[in-house]
Design a protein. Sequence first.
Length: 489
Amino acid sequence: MAPIRTARTKPVAAPAAGRPTGLPRYTLIRRGTIHTAADSFPADLLIEKGKIVQIGDVPPGPGMLIIDAKGLEIFPGGIDVHTHFELPFMGTVSADDFETGTVAAACGGTTAIVDFVIPGKGQRITEAAKAWHKKAAGKAVVDYGFHIALVEATPQVLADIPKVVADGITSFKCFMAYKGSLMIDDTQLLAVLAAARRHGALVSVHAENGDMLSWVMEQLVAAKKTSPRYHPVAHPALAEGEAAHRAIALAAMAEAPLYIVHLSCMEALDEVVAARMAGQPVFAETCPQYLLLDDRLYEKPGFEGAKWVMSPPLRHVSNQVPLWSGLREGFLQCVATDHCSFRFKGQKDMGKGNFLRIPNGIPAVGDRMNLLYSHGVRKGRLSPQQFAAITATNPARLFGMYPDKGTIAVGSDADLVLYDPKKTGVVSAKTTRHNVDYSAFEGFRLNGLPVLVLSRGEVIARDGDYVGGKGRGRYLARRPFDLAHWGYR
Ligand code: URP
Ligand code: ZN
Ligand code: ZN
């Protein structure tokens, strides 16, 4: 494949008011293969003012920026609906902020993220949301939205739900784990599910039984079993399956839809399958780490296993085939990253001598698209349409961004990633854009790389390098959750 050629047919006239300086009036992407969640077809794409205005056979015209996409595969820009940038957590702050995190996202083909606002106990969720707006504004380089974690269901929190929904925050997360800090009980979860439903918001859960986890943790500590290899022991799949079952039952009682984040194992997948087969609107995401890594990594010598300490933990390798199948069969709708990065030296090592103090999370936002393209599409585990669906279309539909985001259609934002299937690479800490000193996916081979990434029509990444402006990302005020998108009334 020849290098990407971009050329203007003629010097471009001064931009019209409202368009950032330097952006051509029209961009024409010629001769690529377009993949949406529904179809794959060869076509040209014409972009004007950040939107797709024509798809088909488009002749080049004066003043157009022409991108020759012959041999390239064009997908909707990725949407990662699970990130934690600049998150105060477990005695430290996650290493990627909205600038480094979204630059990494952009270089890896992701053009929108949804990050979790996590309020302190007693803090109004409206105030916490303001704090997150401050962290992101002027720093994020891709478009961004927020979920809010509801760490308590006080009358004030419930009363503030419609206020944040009006601000475009139309999804919440409840933790069934992290006992003593973020965890809420079933009574509170029911109250949240009912209130969210009334206001058109979607509740997601971190499904692990926090009581079971702390019971095991206490025994491990008493037995001085405190190295990283005991982290998965303290987070058994049984506890994830139980919490998924309970969350689904509570959602059924509240007649509310439910989304399960970072689903890692068959025990939880079985619950989702059963609920969906019974007609309940239950949705779930998994993450690249659960599809591609497994719990043998905790057996690495010394403290190295700390690199993969996250919740839920990596599971036995036998879970991977069912998770891929769950995606292919539509039981799982999204792959997000749960990107929550901590440096190995200086952050993860806070837990040397006690795995309970290792900050939980891994870096992944920049790797998700490339890993799924190479190890999903190119290995025949996912069709290109399924890749578009789980990385962009479904997240957009579930989280109130569709059809502005998540698809390639006339009227949609020109958020696009162009893959060259012939380019190869290897994931490595040496080349990562994440603000950390290791890669969770070190050595993973990539067959096909994103050579161009466009956000609202602007080229923001080229051959893995960020080439867009500083802080150009816009806040995404998201629409309420709509069951009709999923065929439910
Ligand atoms: O280990 C994880 N997942 N860290 C981030 C917080 C969460 O539970 O999503
Ligand atoms: Zn979680
Ligand atoms: Zn998370």
